[in-house]
Design a protein around this ligand. Structure first.
Ligand code: TXA
Ligand code: MG
Length: 321
């Protein structure tokens, strides 16, 4: 049995999805982080459909997914030593490397930037799909703009179902939050978005990195990083010490501290950052469907290994503020 068949996806489905991508259509597919909404990255019209379906502003660049080093060569104009070292270590995996782009990458993919974010996903279905399509695949998370990213195919069906030409169902995503985005354009790499690979893991390999928020906007601006990303529709609040709101009805995401007030529902979350991340978006999707007045989340951590989870929770909380 092949790796794809183990995920319940027969070869014919990969072939059909790849043919659709080559014909300029949209395919949702699983990666190890979240489900992606894919289009041929070299086809500007196909990529325009992604922006339309997501309701995403065209100022937000899209990550290009590759399945081989040759494909990197098609889209990357430069491949600095640090990119080489990081890719060798973390690819396939949840790390997106931002480098100078080639002319083959249409401007719409990169929101007009001269750089492109590239990653090789660690999921057999994603790799088989890209390999079969024989073109790099531009893919943001397969959710309407600003909503919580999908970690199972059902999330995609519910939010974008009839606007996507095909959905490959590979079951739940193992990492559960998006890839780390790191710019290696300049000598000092800049962390644009924390994610599946931690800053410590990166720094152990290539030394110190800067954090986007600490770098003046300009060449390093990460246009997709505004606060209203990753938010459920229900108001989300981060609470220390279990202090849930007194008014209204809500749910509580607990790590240690039980709710200090009345809640309709509590979900116990893992006290491990990777396991917490793997569970977070599915928990938010479930609770968002309940129509509560609020979702209170016990602030997890402290500790640098919680950086990515805290980033997503803070953005979701700011959105409702
Ligand atoms: O895990 C992931 O990265 C998922 C799966 C599907 O691979 N994709 C994803 O894509 O999260 P999206 O579009 O939701 O987030 C892409 C982010 C943007 O918000 C932006 O911050 C950054 O990547 N990005 C992409 N290209 C960039 C570039 N050229 N310069 C700076 N930032 C870039
Ligand atoms: Mg997204």
């Amino acid at each position: 049995m092949s790796a794809c068949e183990q995920y319940g996806v027969p070869h014919e489905e990969i072939a059909r999805a790849a043919a659709l991508l080559r014909a300029g259509r949209l395919v949702a597919f699983p990666t190890e982080t979240v489900y992606g909404l894919g289009a041929n990255a070299l086809d500007a019209e196909a990529v325009a459909l992604i922006f339309k379906v997501k309701g995403r502003p065209n100022t937000s660049p899209i990550i290009v997914h590759v399945s081989s080093a040759e494909m990197v060569g098609e889209v990357a104009a430069a491949w600095p030593e640090k990119a080489r070292v990081l890719a060798e270590h973390f690819w396939p995996g949840p790390l997106t490397l931002v480098v100078s782009k080639t002319a083959a990458v249409p401007d719409i993919v990169t929101a007009g930037l001269t750089t492109v974010g590239i990653r090789m996903p660690a999921h057999p279905i994603a790799l088989a799909l890209i390999d079969r399509a024989q073109v790099p695949i531009a893919a943001p998370s397969a959710n309407p703009f600003t909503h919580v990213s999908p970690t199972v195919a059902e999330h995609v069906r519910r939010s974008l179902g009839n606007q996507v030409d095909f959905i490959l169902d590979g079951g739940p995503c193992q990492v559960g939050i998006e890839s780390t985005v790191l710019s290696v354009v300049e000598d000092l790499p800049v962390l644009l978005r924390p994610g599946g690979v931690s800053r410590q893991q990166i720094e152990e390999l290539i030394g110190v990195t800067a954090i986007a928020e600490h770098v003046p906007a300009g060449g390093h601006a990460s246009p997709g990083m505004h606060p209203r990303h990753y938010s459920p529709r229900t108001r989300l609040i981060l609470v220390p010490d279990g202090q849930v709101p007194a008014a209204g009805e809500g749910a509580y995401l607990q790590v240690h501290q039980p709710a200090a007030g009345r809640v309709r529902e509590a979900i116990i979350m893992p006290d491990d950052p990777s396991q917490y991340a793997a569970r977070l978006y599915s928990a938010l999707h479930e609770l968002d469907a309940c129509g509560y007045d609020w979702i209170a989340v016990e602030t997890p951590g402290p500790g640098v290994e919680w950086e990515a989870v805290l980033d997503r929770l803070r953005r979701a909380a700011d959105a409702g503020a």
